[in-house]
Structures are given as C-alpha cells and as structure tokens.
Design a binder for this molecule. Sequence first.
Ligand SMILES: Cc1ncc(COP(=O)(O)O)c(C=O)c1O
Length: 431
Amino acid sequence: MSGLTGQRKKEIIKRDSKVISPSSSRPYPLVVDRANGVIITDVEGRRYIDFAAGIAVMNIGYSNPDVLQAITMQMEKMSHCAFPDFFAEPPVKLAEKLRSLTGYERVFFCNSGTESVEAALKLVMWKTHRQALLGFYGAFHGRTLGSLSLTCSKIIQKEHFPSFQVVHTHYAYCYRCPLHLKYPDCGIECAKQIETVIFKQELSSKDIAAIVVEPILGEGGYIIPPQEFHREIRRICDDHNIMMIADEVQSGCYRTGTFMAMENFKVRADVVCMAKALGAGLPLGAMLSDGHIMDWPPGTHSNTFGGNLAASAGSLAALEFMEKEDLGNNARQVGSHIMKRLHKMQDDYPVIGDVRGLGLMIGVEIVKSDGSIDPKVRDRIVVEGFKKGIILLPCGDSVIRISPPLIITKEEADIGLDRFEEALKKVKSSD
Ligand SMILES: Cc1ncc(COP(=O)(O)O)c(C=O)c1O
C-alpha cells in the first residue's frame, strides 16, 4: 500500500490547497471517505487501521449504530433550538448523565475543547475576582485567546498573539526531567517550585484564579506524571485558595480506563473541561463544576449552539454505549497489551526511547542513539506507518501517540502494531 499517490486524492488535495486556510498542518495525505469500527477507508478505497481516533474523539469507534440512531431520531424531531434561550430534555438528560458519572453538579455546554476551557477560565475569574493563571510548559488547552494564553506547546501557535497573565512552570516529565532530577528522590520538586519559586518571586498566590492542568500532557507528548504531582497541585490550590481546573478534553471519556483521567490520580479538580470524545463525532464541549462554584447569574456566559439537541442525543447514546460495553476496562486491557508489545519492540528498535501510557493513551518517544529527541525520524515513522496502513499522529517534540478507538480488540491492535513495526523496520533499514 503506497498511500501517497492516487488521482482522486491528488485532485482533492489540490482543491483543498486553493480554498482551505493554510493554517492547519497535515502529517501525510490521508483523504478520508468513510469509516467503520476502527477502520478508515480513503477516497480510493484503501483501508487503514486507526490509532488516532480523530485526535482521541472516536472512542466508541466509527458508525456506532446506537449513536447513529439517537442522532437521526433527534434530527428528525429537531436538531437545534438555541438551548441557552429555551428548555429541552436532551441536554438535561446529558447533564444528568455527566453528573452521575462524575459527581459534578452542574454543566455548561459548548462546542469544542477550547470553548470549554474559555468557559472554565471565565467561571474561575468571575468567582474569584482574580485574573492571573498558572499553567505548565508543554500544555495544550486550545487556540482561542484565553486558552491559547495557557497553551505552551509550540511557539508557532502563540507567535504574534496576545496573552492573559499566565505563568508557566514545569510539568512532571520524568523521562526528561526539566530539573535534571530523578523520581521519586526528587520529591516532586517541579510541583513544589510553584510555592517555593513562583509564589515567592513571580506571581502572588493571592492574584491567581486557577491552576490549569492536563491530567496527562496530551499534545505535549503523552506525558504521564506520578500520582503525587496532581496531589501536590491539589494541596497547593487548597492551601492558597486557588481553583484547580482539570483539562480532560483529550484524556476524558474512559480513554485512560476511568471516565476522567484525574480519577487515576485520586484527585478531584474544582472545574473540569471536556470535549472531543464527549460528542462522539459531533462538536460538543462541556465545563463541569459544583453548584457552589457554578453559581453565576443569567447573562454571565452563554452561546448559541451549546446543548445542541442532536449533539446531546448522540453524546448520551455514546456515554451509555461506553458504560454498557465497559470501554474503560477494554482501554485498560488492550492498552496493557499494546504497552507489552511496544516494550518488546524497544529491544529491536533502539529509536524507541520511552513507552508510557495509561489505558489507551500511549506515547512512544523516539530518540537518537545518544538519547536526545529525534523529531525527523519520528515523522518518518508516522509517514511510513501511513504507507503501511496505520493512522498515527505525532505529539510533543518527538513522540508518536497511540490513541485508537476504545472499542479496539487485541487482534485489531496487533494488526496495527504489526504495521507499526514494519514502519520501524523500514526506517531502520533506510538509515
Ligand atoms: C487537552 C486539550 N485541551 C483543549 C483542546 C482544544 O480542543 P479543541 O481543538 O476542540 O478546541 C485540546 C485539543 O487537542 C486538548 O488536547
């Protein structure tokens, strides 16, 4: 399977280049046509096994009949009603479901991850009357101006754009500790520096509305911190009367085994942002908190599409499907199978420097022989994978992310991993 040629594909890409904003970066020329389960078919009929799930969106897989039926039935009744202006049952049912899954009492609906972060920022600023924020190097929270202020992943995303008052500090990236320390002897120095350095020298804790953190660094390289990291952040927030916002946009909806990834760390944030898999393929975001925090009055924040009826109906069906099929458990089982195979590959392919993961949020860090990052080889592996029939996406400086739909079986995962290994072999042989 070459995957790089084909007239139909070429023609669409050429038309795309003339009319679509050039601000997106595509790693290889996949031109999709349709998809089912964990298989994507392109416009020329080539089939790919999907290890990306549309950036951790299609947790329930493609063309899920329950979700299709729920969306179609709702579309036939009414697709949109301006829920923020009127009342309707589908978003209420969805909010009730989210409440039962998370314990958070109230939900604000929006349409994307970045909007859920904007809503969270506005809520904490409104509640605390403070405007400064603390975030982390490597973080990705979106690209609208509030969330972009917190995003600290690639400079191209931020160059020439204005920012809120945000201080960034080190995330617990233990494989490449930014402080050159070793866990656990470090005592989570990275988190401790929030109090010992930032609050003393840079930004008063009294001015900070929230610490905003991803349970697992997503776009920043699928980095999984030790449990104590989030616990220490929680403690700092409690001690200094600062809100903790967990950005679960990528890690939520059972991707890591639990509904919210923060559950793995036994930490409860004050505010949670969700999107991606929540919409099961339709645009849907949600910001969750408790009633004593989300007590802003009518008019403080709203939008047109939040609580869209079709998206809400699809989301509820998707959440019910995730529960019924115990997709969290499947994420754990298949995730540990994939991790085992990747660890074995490490012996044969020294370019694999680190394999880390929680459930089906797995990162493979590609390195040079001296252990330094190797983005070029990472990109070549991703493109070779595409030629062999597997959809992979990069993240971080030198990481390949493995985030397939959570319905994936071990057998399907093995087919994907065989193709991934072929890609590694090809890149190794051409060096
Ligand atoms: C953790 C996190 N937060 C926020 C976002 C932004 O979401 P969206 O692209 O839907 O605006 C992303 C997107 O990748 C994300 O991974």
